[in-house]
Design a protein around this ligand. Sequence first.
Ligand SMILES: [Zn+2]
Length: 50
Amino acid sequence: MQTPATAPTTTTIWKCYRCALTFNKEEIAATHFDIFKHPIDKIEKTSIHN
Ligand SMILES: [Zn+2]
């Protein structure tokens, strides 16, 4: 049985450089920003899973 080729997956994460934390949901990043007022960077990662 053959495994079908997988298209590249783009994962968006949010990172707080002050805390060195990463968030995989925008709402969590937004909550972090609300509480700590730390600038959050949005990062798009492309990964290919085989
Ligand atoms: Zn932070």
